[in-house]
Design a protein around this ligand. Sequence first.
Ligand code: ADP
Length: 581
Amino acid sequence: MFSVFSKLTWFFKEHWKRYSIAIFALIIVNILEMIPPRLLGITIDLIQFNELTSRRLTQILVTFFVIIIVKYFVMLIWDINLFVGAVILERKLRSKVMRHLLKMNPRFYSKNRSGDLMARSTNDLKSIMMTAGFGVMTLFDSTVLMVFIIFVMGFSISWPLTFTALIPMPFIALAMQKYGQAIHQRFTEAQTAFSEMNNYTLESIRGVRVVRAFVQESHDRERFAQITETVFKKNKSVAELDALFDPTIKILVGLSYTIGLGYGTFLVINDQLSIGDLVTFNIYLGMMIWPMIALGHLINVLQRGHASLDRVEKILAQKPDVTDPEQPKSISTPEVIGFNRVSFSYPGTEENQLKQINLTIYRGETIGVVGKTGSGKTTLFKQLLRDYLPPKGELTINGIEIDQFTLEETRSWIGYVPQEQILFSKTIRENLSFGTGPISDQAINQILTSTSLKSDIDALPKGLDTIVGESGVTLSGGQKQRVSLARALLVDPEILILDDSLSAVDGETEATIIEHLKKERTNKTTLISAHRLSAVKHANQIIVLDDGKIIEHGTHDELMVLGGWYQEQFEIQQMERKVSE
Ligand code: ADP
């Protein structure tokens, strides 16, 4: 159970000063705690033997007062140090989890669902923080205080009385251990249920339009009610166990009291103990209730923290598939991209989704990648993005295997515009400057013209400063695609990948954008996949993919002569255009 502390040792070591100050302050507080009951006992005995002078009474009262004040300040030092430490730990873990999440590849995200990851990064981190704050506080507070009280009771009053009164202690320890184990299990279950609920909520909200369109609201509500019922039940079972802690401790402490009072009175009658001592002893016993209850809470909090830390560590323990090489190579500009008999299959699939791809791309070229849906266009691009382990065969940049570069270097060359757009709930300006940092209005305006966005943006209520996404204006699919394209163009990457990223844009606008692209990317490499073949007509090389293989390769003119899939599709599309015109 205490292993949660050993797992957090790195943190306590890093912040040893803070924790030393806190613990030192705590010991002082506990020493101070011992004095008032003793003063009370002394006063009673002085009264009993008629020895109490007003001078002594004043002395006693002043001491009392001073102790209260000093205790106030020392406790403040202790609390601040400890709880600020806990907040720091929470922040550290949170950044660690976030950094980790940013490093992970698609395989990780297909295995771990967002709601669950969110639960772990919020709820579980909170409970770890409780362990580092309240847990550490109680651990020291209760054990140090208890040891102090036992010693003071033994040495200053009577060891036999102390031991007798403490007979119920081992039973308390036993009960706590039993409850602790159960709490760990039940709390893990409750957190898992919470993750499940998070997932469900997230999906329902994201898919709210589909839910409505299919009139599934009542079914969705029912399902949600079931899930919340499970969360309720699991948490209720944690709460039921929680509730057992205090009463159990109180019963056993009550027993201690009974024994202490009975045996103590017997000692007083036999003149082995003064009445003052008996009163002091009982106050000390009373003071044991808090640390005992605190110990119960401690076990509770520790087990929760432990369960949560396990859950967070399970995420942290998953390593990214693709990592940087130990001795990375570096180049100034990617001049040649080479695919030499490259084959690739997604993890968990038997078949190759790319088969023996041969392709050489020189800097400044535009490459058109076309083919039926599912033919492997995106998969081909993903090889350059390095989302997965390197493919079979040779994928090189300037003759160097792609996995010899750091991920950061490879990605710094590439601007990727997928078909599925993600815009952040920020202003359009912020979305556009996402990859570049603040940029001039002139640069933005130029890009808006290149992407045929100018009139669309001008029509928005606040122009560039309109907030889009969940908390703002909803853009059309085509507008979103063009904003993402503009975002990638602003970075002016060495290699720009447009992965069917103009699918929601009409033909005419697409033609204008392609015209601009041709002009603006003369010395840079551009890879375009599209359904409308007119978008790749101008490319230096066009490849046609079918079932992961290149079945046609050449320029537009060459492919038109070849008379294969490309020529056929091109003519069908020309005809369709004429008809619609
Ligand atoms: P395209 O972009 O040409 O439409 P994709 O490259 O997306 O095609 O897909 C090529 C093939 O790979 C398809 O058969 C698809 O089902 C499969 N595929 C795509 N993504 C994955 C994945 N993450 N895991 C397994 N198979 C995948």
